[in-house]
Design a protein around this ligand. Sequence first.
Ligand code: KG4
Ligand code: ZN
Length: 357
Amino acid sequence: MRILGIESSCDETAAAVVQGDSTGTPTLVLSTIVASQLSTHSKYGGVVPELASREHLRAIVPVVRLAMEQSGSSWNDLSAVAVTQGPGLVGSLLVGITYAKSICFARSLPLIAVNHIEGHIHAIVLEAAAQLAYPALALVVSGGHTHLFEVREGFTYRLLGRTRDDAAGEAFDKVAKLLGFGYPGGPIIDKLAPYGNSNAIRFTPAKMKGNPRDFSFSGLKTAVLRWVEQHDMTSEIDLRRRLIDPSIENYLNSTPQSTLDLIASFQRTVIDELLRRAFASAEDIGAQSMIVSGGVACNSGLRAAALGARLPYPVFFPSPGLSTDNAAMIAAAALPKFIRSEFADLSLSAQAGLTLA
Ligand code: KG4
Ligand code: ZN
């Protein structure tokens, strides 16, 4: 079984060919290509939806062609084409969906619609299928999502908690922007946080009414803003915004210790909030393993805290290339659907607000 996966939900155009066995388990990533639009969006401090769609249009044909070439596959070798249906930016999603549908129509291949969040969960299946035990607790943390799911055998899902406002990655990006750093802010904060004292500032953890497993990061973002307003940081922020070479070294040179302490304390609060609820949810469901995925799963502080915790179950993170958006995870999520003959028809459309459970 060989599936071509296509992903275009946000600002990466990606294609991959993944091989699977007769149980729907991925056995080999034959190719994975990701074309990033970072340079297009970074000057705006975030993803500009209209520009993202145009960039996808430019990239989709060469990215798919390269993924096919590198996998050594011809169209006849494919069993199906899988594509991200949502959630995401509608104009971006439509580029991938339309292209996937065209291939299926021209080559008489079945089409499989994949939920982007389910894709992030399957990034772990790609690397650790044999070690995953169920029920598993999945923490999906990216620029658009912060969700806790119970994952049962056979890939059925139950939503246990989600953010009520900003996603964790969004909080990283907004705080970084506020402090004068570039986009995306998550990797920059990750690299600077070890230089600060994470106990320097005590941010109040969010108290949730209703579901205690829900998250909220907007209060933390506002607390950072208040801190910035109360301490005269205008000139250092200005200086960072005007850096000709915004490298980590130059950021470090332009950032006083008190700001590094702020960054470290902010990151520590986000990590504590994520893991406190993830560990409690895992206990609630009697989890046999834990999955952490999505762009924020690249965060070294989060990895160290989760992997260093004494837990009665193993914790799995995808390798960094599979944590952020990619198409191998979309093809992997499609494999069990192929086995179950869960095919979409050619009227498939994008669903910007698609939910998993
Ligand atoms: O999964 P992803 O590539 O796209 C979405 O589906 O959103 O995640 C991108 C997000 C961005 O907000 C980015 O700042 C964050 O993941 N991110 C990180 C790190 N690397 C990426 N956040 C914290 N630490 C990192 N090392
Ligand atoms: Zn994503």
